[in-house]
Ligand binder design. Structure first.
Ligand code: ZN
Ligand code: ZN
Length: 319
C-alpha cells in the first residue's frame, strides 16, 4: 500500500501525523485492522519516533484507542456515541449559522454557495466513485459556515466533531444515505444565511442535522444482523477486550460457541452457557434508562430485548 507523505517542508512528525490521520479518516485503514508501529513506520518510510508521536496525538484526539493488551485500533463509535455527536453538532452549528448570518462577507457566502452547487452537479452525474468528493463538499459546507461566523472557537471545536463524523462515515460506508435530501437541506440553510435570516437558518440547520442523525440511526439499525425479537434468549456476552456487549456468533471451535466482538473484532469463546443476562448488563440497561435513553435505543446499544428492559425497570428485583 502506498501512502505518500505530504510536503517535505513540515516537520517529519507533523507529516506522519497528517498522513496517518488521512489514512484513518478516508477508511484506507480498516476499522478492525490492528495498527502496528513498525508497519506504519515502513508504510510511511519514516523511523518509529515520528510514528509514535503521531499515534500519541491521534490517541489524544480520540481517533485511535488501545485495548487492555496495548493493541492499537481506530476508535469505533457506537450508536449512542453517534447520536451524542450529532447533539453536539446541533448545539454548535446553531451558533455557527447565527454568526454567519451576522458576519459572513459576500465572498464567504459565494464560497458556501459553491459547495452546494458543486455537490448538486456531482449528484446529478450519479457516479458512485465521486461519493468521497461529495462528502468533502459536504464537510466544506459546514466548515465554511463556521469560518464565516467570526467566532474563533467554533472552527476547531467543529473540526474535532467533524473528524469523528468522518470516522462514522468510514464505519457505515456500505450503507450510503440518500444524498438528494442532503443537498436540499444544505440549500435551505445557505439561502437563509444569504437572506441574513437567523431564525430560519437555525431552524434549517437543526432540521438538517436531526435528519442526518436519523439517517445514521437507520444505518445502525439496518446493520444489526438479527433483530432482537428473533433471539430473546441471547446470552449476555461481553467482549473480554473492550467490554462491549455488541458481539455476534462466529462458528464453533473446540466444541464451544465462538463469538466475535462487533466493536473491536476480537474473537473469543463462550466460557459458560447461560441463557440469563448478567447482573452487569442488567445494571447497564437500568443506568441507561435512568439517563433518559429510550427502551428501543437501549435495545440497540446492548442487544437486550426492550420488553426485558421494561420488566427490569418496573420490578428491579425480578430476574
Ligand atoms: Zn450537511
Ligand atoms: Zn471488543
Amino acid at each position: 500500500m502506498s501512502s505518500q507523505l505530504p510536503q517535505r517542508s513540515q516537520p517529519l512528525y507533523e507529516q506522519t501525523y497528517l498522513a496517518l490521520r488521512s489514512a484513518i479518516l478516508t477508511g484506507e485503514i480498516a476499522v478492525n485492522e490492528r495498527l502496528i508501529e513498525s508497519q506504519l513506520a515502513q508504510r510511511f518510510q519514516v523511523s518509529r519516533t515520528p510514528v509514535r508521536e503521531a499515534i500519541r496525538r491521534l490517541q489524544q484526539e480520540n481517533l485511535l484507542a488501545s485495548d487492555g493488551d496495548g493493541a492499537l485500533y481506530i476508535t469505533k463509535l457506537s450508536l449512542h456515541d453517534a447520536i451524542k455527536l450529532y447533539d453536539c453538532r446541533i448545539a454548535l452549528e446553531q451558533l455557527s449559522v447565527v454568526g454567519a448570518c451576522e458576519n459572513a462577507t459576500a465572498e464567504q457566502l459565494k464560497g458556501i454557495e459553491q459547495t452546494v452547487i458543486q455537490s448538486e452537479r456531482l449528484a446529478q452525474q450519479g457516479q458512485y466513485q465521486l461519493q468521497n468528493k461529495l462528502l468533502e463538499f459536504n464537510f466544506d459546507f459546514h466548515r465554511l459556515i463556521a469560518q464565516s461566523s467570526d467566532n474563533p472557537w467554533l472552527v476547531p471545536l467543529l473540526d474535532h466533531l467533524s473528524n469523528h463524523t468522518r470516522l462514522l462515515r468510514t464505519q457505515t460506508l456500505q450503507a450510503e444515505p440518500d444524498i438528494t435530501n442532503i443537498h436540499r437541506e444544505h440549500r435551505q440553510v445557505y439561502e437563509a444565511i444569504s437572506r441574513r435570516d437567523a431564525p430560519a437558518a437555525v431552524e434549517y440547520i437543526t432540521h438538517h442535522l436531526k435528519a442526518s442523525q436519523q439517517r445514521i440511526r437507520e444505518i445502525f439499525e439496518r446493520s444489526l444482523p438479527i433483530s432482537s425479537a428473533e433471539k430473546p434468549q441471547q446470552e449476555a456476552l461481553q467482549c473480554p477486550r473492550c467490554l462491549s456487549f455488541e458481539v455476534s456468533r462466529n462458528g464453533r471451535r473446540m466444541g464451544k460457541q465462538g463469538y466475535i466482538c462487533k466493536q473491536c473484532g476480537r474473537q473469543f469463546l463462550a466460557t459458560y452457557g447461560s441463557s440469563r443476562y448478567s447482573a452487569e448488563i442488567r445494571e447497564k440497561c437500568i443506568v441507561l434508562h435512568n439517563n433518559g435513553i429510550g427502551f428501543r435505543e437501549i435495545e440497540r446499544i446492548t442487544g437486550v430485548n426492550h420488553n426485558t428492559i421494561i420488566r427490569w425497570v418496573k420490578s428491579p428485583q425480578d430476574k
